[in-house]
Ligand binder design. Structure first.
Ligand SMILES: O=P(O)(O)OC[C@H]1O[C@H](OP(=O)(O)OP(=O)(O)O)[C@H](O)[C@@H]1O
Ligand SMILES: Nc1ncnc2[nH]cnc12
Length: 229
């Protein structure tokens, strides 16, 4: 399972999410964060992280295919970090400022589109709430349908659901029955990966109905929060 993000240094990062069993091969895009999760690939794009540049550089150095993309720095700079929100000790990565910067926002979408336009993706699954911002323009650009992965009791039709662990407690993710078909090839989009629990639930949900998760992609990675083996 692979996860790809872009960093402010535009360096690729490699990480493992051990709480999930296994994964597939790991090839690295230019800014990539391979993460172990159950049987599919996850990829993320731009990365804004609370990790120090040194941490990122160290991880990035594992990726021989890493290349610089001049767009990454401006994307990263457009993301605001709010300390102590929503509670003390949290460095909140605020993507609303990225949305105000039309060039940086477009560059973000373009980076994903460039990566996925030729991957035969049939469905982009966006995770509530911020995956609903980045997912639809990517889906439109690559000619895929968009499927919302929602918090519980929000979808009006019949749903299938998957429970997952959070830092404190559990949550549930739901998807409409019939939104995807066995054999669909999915890209999962969210704004941020921290522990990977949310993306892991999305992958399980899609795989349960026979979808092949090609990759997951996020704008931001918080590598210091990833679950250790
Ligand atoms: O990797 P994880 O530890 O699972 O965390 C990542 C998730 O946390 C945030 O969503 P949040 O649950 O805050 O919901 P929101 O987007 O609706 O605010 C973020 O948008 C991801 O979906
Ligand atoms: N630090 C953070 N900033 C924004 N969203 C988050 N979701 C989990 N951790 C987060």
């Amino acid at each position: 399972m692979r996860v790809v993000c872009c960093s402010n240094s535009s360096l690729a990062v490699t990480a493992t999410l051990p709480s999930f069993p296994c994964l597939g091969p790991r090839f690295l895009p230019r800014i990539a964060i391979p993460i172990s999760i159950p049987s599919s690939a996850i990829r993320f794009l731009p990365l804004r992280s609370t990790a120090s540049p040194r941490q990122i550089t160290t991880m990035a150095s594992k990726n021989a295919q890493d290349q610089q993309d001049s767009r990454l720095e401006s994307i990263s700079s457009a993301i605001r970090v709010i300390p102590d929100f929503p509670k003390p000790g949290i460095m909140f990565q605020d993507i609303t400022t990225l949305l105000l910067d039309t060039k940086a926002f477009k560059d973000t979408i373009d980076l994903f589109v460039e990566r996925y336009r030729d991957k035969n993706i049939s469905v982009v699954a966006g995770i509530e709430a911020r995956g609903f911002i980045f997912g639809p323009p990517i889906a439109l650009a690559i000619g895929a349908k968009f499927v919302p992965m929602r918090k519980p009791n929000k979808l009006p039709g019949e749903v299938i659901s998957e429970e997952y662990s959070l830092e404190y407690g559990t949550d549930k993710m739901e998807m409409h029955v019939g939104a995807v078909q066995p054999g669909d090839r999915a890209l999962i989009i969210d704004d941020l990966i921290a522990t990977g629990g949310t993306l892991g639930a999305a992958i399980k949900l899609l795989e349960r109905v026979g979808v092949h998760v090609v990759e997951c992609a996020c704008v931001i990675e918080l590598p210091e929060l990833k679950v250790q083996p």
